[in-house]
Design a protein around this ligand. Structure first.
Ligand code: ZN
Length: 96
């Protein structure tokens, strides 16, 4: 099931539209503040919500979550820069 916010693309802990894709959780996206099942009910609503979010500066709805996201990103970057990751990429390329 799709586990990303349809408006901003942030991965969600729970599928925004439930396991069956038909029962919205009505949870709020930590990034754009979209209420699943309401702001993303139709393609038109998604676009309107995205435009609203972008025109307001694409701010994070919950800045605290942004920090953990940033930490996560910097950790994965750290990993990508490490020689282990480089070796893995070399091995992958070599196999193909
Ligand atoms: Zn979102």
């Amino acid at each position: 099931m799709e586990q990303k916010c349809l408006v901003c693309g942030l991965p969600q802990e729970q599928p925004p539209w439930g396991e069956d894709g038909k029962t919205p959780s009505f949870a709020i996206c930590a990034c754009c503040g979209t209420e699943f099942g309401y702001h993303d009910a139709t393609a038109k609503a998604i676009k309107a919500q995205r435009d609203r979010w972008l025109s307001s500066g694409a701010k994070w709805f919950e800045p605290r979550k942004k920090q953990s996201e940033l930490l996560w990103k910097s950790m994965s970057l750290e990993f990508l820069r490490s020689s282990l990751a480089l070796k893995m990429v070399v091995l992958m390329l070599w196999k193909h």
